[in-house]
Write a new protein. Structure first.
Length: 97
């Protein structure tokens, strides 16, 4: 499932504005769920945000803690507005809540 295009994010995110802290700067697109299979699914389902370099480093520093966990939980909350926790686990492999 190679996806080279980002579908619209399901979260309100704006290029040049950090989703996490609101800083106006050069931002990076960060797939909330990453890794070999999850990165492609994140692009497909729209689970990505624009974040500043500081928070991008922090998101990859210690997986499933701090910024990374907060983003994963926020993504899961958004998913569960549209679907079920069981469906989330089926797609992403586990619950972060």
């Amino acid at each position: 499932m190679a996806v080279n295009v980002y579908n619209d994010s399901v979260l309100e995110t704006e290029s040049g504005v950090c989703f996490f802290c609101g800083l106006h700067c050069d931002t990076a697109r960060h797939e909330i769920y990453y890794g070999t299979a999850n990165r492609q699914k994140a692009k497909l389902y729209g689970y990505w945000v624009n974040i500043c370099p500081k928070h991008h480093r922090e998101a990859h520093k210690e997986p499933n803690t701090g910024v990374d966990l907060w983003l994963k939980q926020t993504g899961q909350i958004e998913w569960e507005k549209r679907s079920t926790r069981d469906a989330f686990i089926k797609v992403w492999g586990r619950s972060y809540l």
